[in-house]
Write a protein that binds this ligand. Structure first.
Ligand SMILES: Nc1ncnc2c1ncn2[C@@H]1O[C@H](COP(=O)(O)OP(=O)(O)OP(=O)(O)O)[C@@H](O)[C@H]1O
Ligand SMILES: [Mg+2]
Length: 288
């Protein structure tokens, strides 16, 4: 943003001149903003090269003509733990659903190891190594833990035993309580079942939508420790979180999504310490 010099002002000062002058200034400011946005997008695109999964300039929504995602970009490199935070209704769940083929992407692309996977069906994505734990209804409550795990491995039932062993290494309680009906578990335990189910197909990238929502602070902590554990076992993780502060503490990189667009991005630590991010998105938590 530059400041005006007296010589920049219109010569005559007539109302028409002034109108034209203001219009030109506004156009200039909007060009500058767009130029700034374009250069941020370019930088993001160059950083995204070679990413395990990336989304470029996604436009998506639930009804024709009503876009919820307005050009969001995202990438996760192999082994990264990436967080998405933002206000309610910002489109965080919609972004994860767009990555998992559950909402129609009308423009832009989702790439997995440079393969275009935009709008592929969920079962095709699971086959390619993408796992998804939705925000709601993410377990089969009438089934036992073990049966939920079988559902997770339904595309490759022969791998069940081996995968269940691997999953119980991360979540031992799923093994010891395998015969328990999932509907009788606590909210925190159910989240473990949901994550375990998604891990049954040995995904290379796991998409988690608000795994700590509705849990007590102690259980939220446990979820974050588990998510770190999943990531440490070699799975790339993209996590949407309502507990923004805690999320930024554990992630390698984060995105702040607002109105279906990236508002801020950076390392977890840099976002957590950015005064603008604190003021706009972490303020109420900071005061809590
Ligand atoms: N199935 C749907 N059909 C129509 N509109 C939807 C649907 N799901 C979400 N929306 C709308 O899309 C917008 C973004 O919703 P989304 O669930 O992606 O937000 P969010 O950032 O995940 O919010 P929250 O923090 O509350 O989970 C909202 O305006 C919401 O009403
Ligand atoms: Mg959501």
């Amino acid at each position: 943003m530059s400041f005006l010099e007296p010589s920049d002002l219109p010569a005559t000062g007539s109302p028409d001149d002034l109108k034209e002058f203001t219009a030109e200034l506004n156009l200039d400011a909007s060009r500058q903003t767009r130029g700034h946005e374009a250069s941020i997008e370019q930088q993001h695109a160059s950083e995204a090269v070679g990413a395990l999964i990336r989304a470029d300039n996604l436009i998506a929504g639930y009804f024709p003509g009503v876009n919820i995602l307005n050009g969001s970009d995202l990438y996760a490199k192999e082994g990264e733990l990436v967080g998405i935070i933002g206000p309610n209704g910002a489109g965080k769940s919609t972004l994860l659903k767009a990555l998992f083929g559950l909402v129609n992407v009308t423009s832009g692309a989702v790439l997995l190891r440079d393969e275009d996977i935009t709008n592929l069906r969920a079962d095709q994505l699971v086959k390619r190594g993408v796992g998804f734990v939705p925000q709601n209804n993410n377990v089969f409550p009438s089934l036992t833990i073990e049966e939920n795990m079988q559902m997770g491995a339904y595309q490759d039932p022969k791998s069940f035993k081996e995968r269940f062993e691997a999953v119980t290494e991360l979540f031992p309680a799923l093994g010891t309580r395998r015969k328990q009906r999932t509907g009788s578990l606590s909210g925190g335990e159910r989240q473990m079942v949901a994550m375990g189910r998604a891990l049954m197909m040995a995904p290379s990238v796991l998409l988690l939508d608000e795994p700590s929502a509705g849990l007590s602070p102690a259980l939220q902590d446990e979820v974050f420790v588990r998510v770190k554990g999943i990531n440490a076992s070699g799975v790339t993780v993209i996590i949407v979180e309502q507990n923004a502060r805690r999320c930024l503490q554990i992630v390698d990189r984060g995105y702040v999504l607002d109105q279906g667009k990236n508002a801020y991005t950076g390392t977890g630590a840099s976002l957590a310490n950015d005064p603008k991010v604190i003021e706009l998105y972490l303020g109420t938590l900071a005061k809590a």
